[in-house]
Structure formats: C-alpha cells, structure tokens
Design a protein. Sequence first.
Length: 223
Amino acid sequence: MSDPSHAQPPVIEDVLYRNGEEVVRSVSQQTPIEQPLQTYGTFGSILHVLQVASKSPGDVIWKGWEQTLSGPRAVFRYRLTTTPILTLSGCCYPNGGSDARTAILSDSHGEFAIDPTTGAILRLQTQSDLPGLVPTDRADVMVSYGPVNIGDRTYVVPLRSVSIWRGRSVATLRQWDAGFFTWGPYATQRNVFTFDHYHVFRAKSRILPGSELVPEKEPTAPQ
C-alpha cells in the first residue's frame, strides 16, 4: 500500500514455498496496483541476517525483556556492516525503467525477539542504512512469527510483515516530440501482509512385504 492518503484495497494471494523459493499465485480479481512495492524472502531468506550476525558476536547486544500477552521475550539489537547485499529495482538511473536492478552493499541494523523457553525467533526487524544513495533513502522490513497448528504438528511461521520503502519517482518530460526521464519527488510505499490459512502438503506411502505377483489370466472363449 502507499501512504495513508492513497491506501490501496487489500489483495488476497496464495503463497507457496517450493524448492526454497516463494511462489505467489493470485486469487484476487481486483485490478493490479501500478508499480507495487515488492518484497521477497519472508519465509526464509530474511533469517539469513541473523545467521550473518551470529558469526560476529560483537555486532549483537542485549536490549532487554519485552512483556507480551503470551509471556516475556528476549530482545537483542544487531548491526551489520556492508552485508548482505541489498537489491533495489528501478533505481539509480532514470532511464533504467521499472525492471532495472542495482545491487549495492548496504549496512543495516535492527533487533530481534526470541522466546526464552524454546529459542524460536518471534520478531525480526531490519533497517538498511543508505547514506548518499539519492534515489532511495529508506528500506525497512519487519516480520513477526508465531506457532500455528498445521495438521498434527505445530510450526513457527510468519504471521505478519510490514515493509516500508521511500525513494524518488521517475517522471517523463516531453520536448521536441521526444520523452526524457528525470527524477520526480520522493514517494513512500508500504506493504502490510497477514499470513493465515496455512496448509502443509505431504504424501504417505506403505510397502507391503511378502506380496506375490499374480500372472494375468487369458480370457476364456465364450461357451
């Protein structure tokens, strides 16, 4: 969604996690939003931030306890330097178009909350530090997790995520029957996702030992 003064109607989609990637299957009949804010990695890739932070203990510090309705949470702050790589779409060159992708090394910081009894990650916030990058000056993501009963098991899965991005738009100038791209004003976009109706797909098979192959019988001629 865009800023509150230009809120878009909600969109419902199916998200499948296959071969380590998120596959979106749209089930909404609404008109697509022009140039929406797109985010990826909610179901796994974003946790790579904590894997990198865990390799440098000095980059993780204790913040304190957070009291919630489900019990206390242990909250830590972290900071990463020039890792991981942040990929921005449609940035840095006005004539690059909406499909242009530019990868930059961006510092980031944030915090994460852990269930002290199970060690499960219940919230992860990351904010990219983008000094000197004129086209984009904000890229923040928050994902909250929680236990969900799926089938006969309980899984800790994403429940909600919020992404905020602020960058310059691209405007077209018309001169001498030709179009020229130039930077427009800054615009802020926000996506709020809620994940529910989880399903797990699995197959079961059973092997029966001691079975014998029965030869096929030739059909008998009618009497």
